[in-house]
Design a protein around this ligand. Sequence first.
Ligand code: FAQ
Length: 311
Amino acid sequence: EEQQSQSRFDALIGDDSRIEPRDWMPEPYRKTLTRQISQHAHSEIIGMQPEANWITRAPSLKRKSILMAKVQDEAGHGLYLYSAAETLGTERDELNDQLLTGRAKYSSIFNYTARNWADMGAIGWLVDGAAIANQVPLCRASYGPYGRAMVRVCKEESFHQRQGFEILLSLSRGTEKQKQMAQDAINRFYEPSLMMFGPPDDQSPNSAQSMAWKIKRFSNDELRQRFVGMIAEQVKVLGLTLPDENLHFDEEKKQWIHKDLNWDEFMNVIKGNGPANAQRLERRREAHREGAWVREAATAYAAKQEQSEVA
Ligand code: FAQ
């Protein structure tokens, strides 16, 4: 019977059909999806912090309301990603515990600090830009609930990227000092945003299997290439530069040649030793403690409802 289930699964993947929660799936498929989707959810939730920090200091009412909406969108993305992960059989409490105890990863990028308003522009343009480049192909991921969640997430991310670009554009057309702030923010976020795509293909242990299962549709390096090509053009519109003097498209190799990224720094950040890892996790634990009363009230309410149904 197991063999029959396996061949049905293989046929669905082969046909580019979707695997749904009730379908049989190999345990390693379930495990890697739970890993990727929950890490993605954690990234959205931790990713709220660098920007939330600037809501009170946004330079105008309009900027403030836009930034608030963006941060709320991220909370929403985290919630539907946790729901998608739960359909694979791991409870939300367990996933959350993995994050709070430092056992789960989340995107390296959110361990860098947002120092000033221009960083809100660079995060929107580069970080959300990289997120879109990575997530558009995930809309076709073989696991139904993940692919469907990505469709809505991507729509919202493109609005986020536009707002970031527009912040940088305003700064680049402002005073000399504002222009410098925008350039400095790009200089600091360029390499970390390229690292969001994960390690180079020959050092990416999960890629081959995830591509065979059609969870990932492109490799880490392929998506990094696509992204760098996109921003190389967009930065010209900003009248600013990328901190990568020899960045160019090699016509023969048909690829962008960008600077070597510091993979030691990347490994160090994902091990928990980046500039803001400790601060991010501490803040998340604190928010979880402060939210205890909400969870207790919801549980008490659910118990009451159940009792009144019995009566
Ligand atoms: N950071 O074998 P691979 C956002 C880990 S966007 C930390 O290549 P895989 C929106 C990887 O987990 C950010 N860890 O792994 C937003 C694995 O470790 P493990 C979130 C990383 O899974 C914007 C190990 O290295 N987006 O939140 C990173 O095939 C603004 C080996 O790597 C997603 O999560 C990294 N950058 O490929 C929110 C997208 N890269 O698990 C707020 C979905 C790799 O074996 C503000 N995820 N690792 O212990 C993916 O597409 C994939 O998981 C990759 C990694 C491409 C990230």
